[in-house]
Design a protein around this ligand. Structure first.
Ligand code: FES
Length: 143
């Protein structure tokens, strides 16, 4: 019983806690994640300071490479659903929504213009120039 509980806890956290590397967007997540390789876009080919939208399992995800880091976030604005990738970056690298101009920090999803919304962000790892986004297991039907 104690061993089962220990195994269960170990399995719950083994995908949730990652050791940071210089190009790893590091966040401790309290749910299991699966790493998904982004097809047709490499770290090198991704332009700096450009918002792009991709689809992963029919989920729209925004990508932003800035200061040699890649950030991934839900592409739909948490306020009213506008596409954040149609927005732009302000002078501090915050994403400005094209609809009502609310601003979000792509590193942590914080709503820096103060309206109280939270942008969901995903962990990102770069492995041999390939970009991997960590998806909550519930978003990945293959697991
Ligand atoms: S829809 Fe993005 S700020 Fe309103």
């Amino acid at each position: 019983m104690v061993k089962d509980l220990a195994d269960s806890l170990n399995n719950s956290f083994k995908n949730a806690i990652k050791i940071p590397s210089p190009k790893t967007n590091y966040t401790i997540r309290m749910f299991r994640i699966n790493w998904h390789k982004i097809e047709n876009i490499s770290f090198t080919s991704l332009a700096e300071n450009k918002l792009i939208e991709i689809s992963v399992f029919e989920k729209k995800i925004g990508l932003l490479k800035r200061n040699n880091m890649v950030h991934a976030f839900t592409a739909a604005c948490p306020h009213a659903g506008a596409s954040l990738c149609n927005g732009w970056l302000d002078a501090f690298g915050r994403i400005v929504c094209p609809e009502h101009k609310y601003r979000f920090d792509p590193t942590n999803g914080r709503n820096t213009s103060g309206e109280g919304y939270k942008l969901f962000t995903y962990p990102v790892e770069i492995r041999d120039d390939e970009i991997y986004v960590g998806l909550p297991q519930t978003l990945n039907p293959s697991h």
